[in-house]
Design a protein around this ligand. Structure first.
Ligand SMILES: Cc1cc2nc3c(=O)[nH]c(=O)nc-3n(C[C@H](O)[C@H](O)[C@H](O)COP(=O)(O)O)c2cc1C
Length: 333
């Protein structure tokens, strides 16, 4: 309440959305009060098991907020049931020039063109290794979202993904192949079955060698149903373990803001739910789905589960509803 009525209007006055995200991340990481209030935020657990991993509840943090795996503990303390770090790329890279995150508060959306800024697979693997040694929560899986480095040619994408995957395999609980960000030039071309097959088969071969862990594909909401059906067949053929639906959309018809980039939040709620329904129907409910896109309230969360998602994630809803978003949603608000 305090966040949504008082703090958010103040924070949203600052035009630089990414700066505010950074301040929030800093507070989350260093706030000495967080460990003390953590027990209060844990009252809403409804444990569930998936891919032989234990989740204390079905609500997780979507990729993109904790790109560096610096906030894993903080989001556990805030009541989330899992977190997805990244997108991590093989090479460290700065991302696109700032500003690159924009709010559209009237429509409950965010537009971003971050372009995967991150310190690279080696550094992030080291950070996660240190975290795992110091702190392990058996009921709080850490997903690792991997993407293609900007400097790597599309033709060499498989090797680029493979490097990050191998580097992080030991420290992640599940892995997401991200070919659906609109902000790395050409990346979405990798969503075609022909382009994706060699990438997924390379990763699955390594996965089986290293000790198979859940490997998922994250898709864009801008694909048509025939394309999605093609990808589902590929996922089945390659023995992947699930799908994350969806990433941000390039369809800006719902907003008046004219910035380029991927749109998330409220304008995406219905679209992503429709896609989840389609996937659940196509796969007879057998392929685990992580449902993401415009989840702000308990009703949005429940709709994703009813559509066929096994787990739900949010990003934009966290920005709009504040630090206690997970608790609010799990408690029914
Ligand atoms: C600022 C921002 C950065 C994001 N970065 C990533 C990313 O690095 N990798 C990724 O797979 N998705 C990324 N996403 C997409 C989210 O994970 C999610 O799929 C999308 O925003 C829809 O969910 P939402 O409406 O709850 O935000 C990002 C989203 C936002 C708003």
């Amino acid at each position: 309440m305090i966040y949504e009525r008082i703090l958010r209007p103040l924070l949203f006055k600052t035009t630089d959305a990414e700066f505010i995200h950074g301040v929030a991340a800093f507070i989350l990481q260093h706030n000495p009060a967080l460990p003390l209030i953590a027990p209060l935020l844990r009252a809403d657990d409804e444990p569930v098991q998936l891919w032989r991993l234990k989740f204390r509840n079905r609500l997780g943090l979507a990729a993109g907020f904790d790109k560096e795996a610096a906030l894993v503990k903080a989001f556990w303390r805030l009541g989330f049931g899992h977190t997805e770090i990244g997108t991590v790329t093989r090479h460290a890279q700065p991302g696109n020039p700032k500003p690159r995150v924009f709010r559209c508060p009237r429509e409950g959306g965010l537009v971003n063109r971050m372009g995967f800024p991150n310190s690279g697979a080696d550094a992030i693997a080291d950070r996660l290794t240190r975290l795992r040694l110091a702190w392990g929560k058996p009921d709080y899986p850490i997903g690792v979202n991997i993407g293609k480095s900007k400097i790597t040619e599309l033709a060499d994408a498989a090797g680029d993904y493979l490097y990050s995957f191998k580097k992080l395999h030991a420290v992640g609980d599940y892995f997401v192949v991200n070919v659906s960000s609109p902000n790395t030039p050409g990346l979405r071309n990798l969503q075609s079955v022909e382009a994706l097959r060699p990438i997924l088969s390379t990763l699955q071969a390594a996965n089986r060698e290293l000790g198979e862990k859940p490997l998922l594909l994250k898709i864009a909401p801008d694909l048509n149903y025939a394309d999605i059906a093609g990808l589902l067949a590929l996922i089945a053929g390659q023995g992947l373990h699930g799908i994350v639906a969806t990433n941000t959309t390039l369809d800006h018809r719902a907003i008046t803001l004219t910035e380029t980039g991927g749109l998330s939040g409220r304008p995406l709620t219905v679209k992503s739910t429709e896609i989840i329904k389609f996937i659940a129907k196509e796969t007879g409910g057998k392929l685990p789905i992580i449902g993401v896109g415009g989840v702000f309230t308990r009703a949005d969360y429940q709709e994703k589960l009813d559509a066929g998602a096994s787990l739900v994630q949010l990003y934009t809803g966290f920005i709009y509803r504040g630090p206690f978003a997970a608790r609010k949603i799990l408690r029914g608000r």
